[in-house]
Write a protein that binds this ligand. Structure first.
Ligand SMILES: N[C@@H](CCC(=O)N[C@@H](CS)C(=O)NCC(=O)O)C(=O)O
Length: 151
């Protein structure tokens, strides 16, 4: 489950706990959060808005994009890189197929969703349509609501 904190508060938290930098409005952040949820990996969510990146964050994200994952001083950017890493460090439940050809196809569909579908606004539409039906996304929305209620 995600803890919620601001950038400033994050430095005071448990330094062993991983951090996801970004905001849930981003489909790329949501993709990583869905993987974290399905794999039951604990982390803190540090809110970074696309237009509000400070120099400290930009050092972690050379392409000026969210999300960025952080474990101590190790800060890989890019949702696909982060998801591939998480799949390797916590294999179960497996979210990518083990069959090499099916794996290649899954990577293509991930890229398709991240590029063409996202650019056309379809990613967001698909997200909104499935929001109430999809257990994982529903859990993330409930977490966001709870976090916002406490602000
Ligand atoms: N390929 C990147 C794309 C991430 C991305 O485009 N994030 C957007 C937010 S949805 C962003 O940070 N945009 C800020 C900008 O382009 O300045 C990934 O998968 O993480």
């Amino acid at each position: 489950m995600a803890g919620e904190s601001t950038g400033a508060a994050a430095g005071r938290g448990d330094r062993n706990r991983a951090i996801l930098h970004g905001v849930s409005l981003s489909p790329f952040v949501r993709k990583v959060r869905a993987v974290l949820h399905l794999k039951s990996i604990d982390y803190d969510l540090v809110n970074v808005m696309p237009g509000g990146m400070d120099s400290e964050f930009l050092e972690k994200s050379p392409l000026s994009k969210i999300p960025v994952w952080q474990e101590g001083g190790w800060t890989p950017p890019d949702s696909s890189a982060i998801c591939a890493y998480l799949e390797r460090v916590k294999h179960a439940p497996a979210l990518y197929p083990s069959d090499p050809r099916e794996f290649a196809q899954a990577l293509f569909w991930e890229k398709y969703a991240d590029t063409r579908l996202n650019e056309s606004g379809g990613g967001l539409a698909a997200f909104i349509e499935t929001m109430d039906e999809n257990e994982v996304l529903h859990a993330l929305v409930e977490e966001d609501r709870a976090a916002m209620a406490s602000v």
